[in-house]
Design a protein around this ligand. Structure first.
Ligand SMILES: [Zn+2]
Ligand SMILES: [Zn+2]
Length: 343
């Protein structure tokens, strides 16, 4: 089968290779015929070498792609919850089900988890090996390629927005920094889950348009002056929460200045440092909350919203062979919404 593989951290391209199809080896293994795979900023970070230290045993070349949906192609002997031909979305972690993290429902904390597309071959290919525990059957109204990026981008936004919604008694103004693949889902999740007033900021005009279309109450230009623009919209007090979907390009340095007393900085995008004087945690009692993807139930709930049309992914579809074009477009800010690779 064809697969887009990373051969070297020094190269900013993937190569389309002919590789053997994955095969079932464990009783709970499932092979999914990929219907669509989302291109994520994490893929760019992987290509730049960010995982070289996290997974030192990882051997190149391997296949990227961790936001996958498709159809069940083959199942292990113990698989009972899905059948060949079912349309499914794939939670990004293959989890064990018996460790403490799994039993707490925190799939991302699995002690024995595997992460196709990061720690082993992923979905930029015709077929993907995953596990039964990772799969959610799709509502008949949903197509794999239209929801694939919900598997990672979607649940990451969903998880953070659920935290905001859980805190939202008397909380009125929330800033969404960055309206790309995650941010535009975040706006829709906030809209569906909470009564907050949403202020969305992006440097890119296409992204600001997407913010308007997806339901932001105020759309402002990010970059220089963004703190003042947020203060203007919040009566000079600052926002109750900021969801930072960017995590780099100077945004982490801007966020603390946008928060009101008691406000919370939700870290979602990454790449730079959060540096806040500890005095701010005391006198202003601000909070910083980390977010790691989302658990299986976050994906179940997100798919329920998607099936009712409450959350829609804006996608730009590329054939798998054009993966490097998609990567260039993501680097160059020309990708509006989420890039989806279709084998
Ligand atoms: Zn991702
Ligand atoms: Zn586990």
């Amino acid at each position: 089968m064809k697969a887009a593989r990373l051969h070297s951290y020094d190269d900013d391209r993937l190569q389309i290779d002919d590789v053997p199809e994955p095969t079932i080896s464990g009783p709970h293994d499932v092979i999914v015929r990929v219907g669509g795979a989302g291109l994520c900023r994490t893929d760019l970070h992987i290509i730049e070498g960010i995982l070289a230290e996290t997974f030192p045993d990882l051997e190149l070349p391997y296949t990227l792609g961790h936001e996958n949906a498709g159809w069940v192609e083959d199942v292990g002997s113990a698989v009972s919850s899905v059948s060949v031909g079912d349309a499914v979305i794939v939670h990004p972690l293959v989890s064990c089900g018996v460790c403490l993290g799994c039993r707490r429902g925190e799939d991302m904390y699995c002690d024995a988890g595997a992460f196709p597309g990061l720690s082993q071959n992923g979905g930029f290919a015709e077929f993907l090996l995953t596990g039964e525990r990772s799969l959610i059957k799709l509502d008949p109204s949903l197509e794999p390629k239209d929801v694939a990026a919900m598997a990672d981008a979607g649940i990451t936004a969903m998880r953070a927005c659920k935290k905001v919604a859980a805190q939202s008694h008397g909380l009125t103004k929330v800033v969404v920094m960055g309206v790309g693949g995650l941010g535009h889902i975040g706006i829709q999740c906030l809209r569906a889950l909470s009564p907050v007033e949403i202020i969305a900021a992006d440097t890119n005009e296409g992204a600001r348009k997407l913010a308007e279309e997806t339901g932001a109450d105020h759309v402002i230009e990010a970059g220089e002056g963004v703190i003042d623009r947020v203060l203007e919209l919040t009566g000079g007090l600052g926002a109750d929460a900021v969801l930072d979907f960017v995590g780099e390009r100077g945004v982490p340095a801007q966020v603390p200045g946008m928060l009101r007393q008691g406000g919370t900085y939700y870290v979602i995008g990454y790449g730079e440092k959060v540096e806040i004087p500890n005095w701010d945690f005391v006198i202003r009692e601000i909070n910083v909350v980390g977010n790691l993807v989302g658990d299986y139930m976050d994906l179940v709930e997100l798919m329920a919203l998607a099936a009712r049309g409450k959350v829609k992914l804006h996608t730009q579809v590329y054939p798998l062979k054009d993966i490097n074009q998609a990567i260039d477009d993501l680097y160059g800010g020309r990708l509006n919404g989420r890039g989806i690779l279709v084998p």
